[in-house]
Design a binder for this molecule. Sequence first.
Ligand SMILES: Cc1ncc(COP(=O)(O)O)c(C=O)c1O
Length: 401
Amino acid sequence: MNSLSTSTVLALFGGEPVRTTLLPYGHQSLTEDDLQAVLDVLRSDWITTGPKIDEFEEVFAAYVGSKHAVSFSSGTAALHGAVAVAGVERGHEVITTPLTFCATANSVLYQQAVPKFADVTQDTLTLDPSEVERLVSRQTKAILPVDYAGHPADLDELLLLAEREGLVVIEDAAHALGARYRSRSVGSVSHMTVFSFHPVKHLTTGEGGMVTTDNDTYARQLRSFRNHGIDVDARARQTTGQWYYEMKTLGYNYRLTDIGCALGLSQMPRLNKNIERRREIAKLYKENFQTLDALRLPFIRPDSESSWHLYPVRINLKVVQGTRDEIFQALRAEGIGVNMHYIPVYLHPYYQDRFAGQDTSCPVAERSYKELISLPMFQSMTDEDVQDVVTAVGKVIQHFS
Ligand SMILES: Cc1ncc(COP(=O)(O)O)c(C=O)c1O
């Protein structure tokens, strides 16, 4: 892959764009076999709450190395389930990161509890255990780290702290399917781990999510929570010829369909290849960008392997003559579908209104927010696509240098 320099006028100012069609920042990759798997379900007796659920859950649990995997209708629903069965309720606090999609913290609000935002570390932008420790109070019930961009959080430190304080660690691994932490698979480390199957993720069911856990009680409660608080599902009742069921707790309809499970199941054999391709793309980006002072590249700790859901770079605003937003717009104009992850959650208007007067300050997250741009990252990107990103970044950075 060749060098960064080109001296043409930015597309933003009327020059020729690097690409005429927008390269998205993420995209699903489905095959004819995946489509056939969905059709087969549509032609079967069960399009929801049927046999594909158990099959998908078993294969998924085996992949991450957990005892149980419980599917949900979205990652958000899965987070809600995990927070609920961890016993989080009104009056409790859950310590989480501000540098995440709002769904992470919203799951705490769904339980009428309060999310407390601890700052992230400079290197991986994941929850800083020492900041978490500062926020632990008598109301704290759980810690909710996010494996930002696919890099595992400091899980052992957080689990140690949780053990000392009697807390539950619910890991939001929406970005981190296939990531590894100290030789263990993400999904087998925390008390509960939550995944998302939104189309930009490593594997998709359209909408969908999963909670993995080794804890039998959590697994049973999660299955009930996703099914209105009813212990026995419709297929089990049909199989045993029973009509009787009891609703024992307040649950929701958070079930994933057999259609979605068949789609997910069909992609499982390709998952490692997909993550491998993302690692190759990250390597190409690193090779091409590491000499640029204007960019701070994602940092991977020696004990971790990222699964590269995102490739977020931080702009060195001391070096460039422009803002993140100007660089963002210039890249868009070049046909590169950059994105931004994330606005610190407590800065969203809803959180500002609801927690007005609360002194939340996470300087590392806030500074990073002003610097972050996510470059395209998905498994079906070709080497030519990667080259387009390299060319466009070089062109834009040169302009602003
Ligand atoms: C970190 C994080 N947590 C939770 C979610 C919610 O997942 P879903 O969109 O499947 O509800 C997302 C979605 O992108 C996410 O990025």
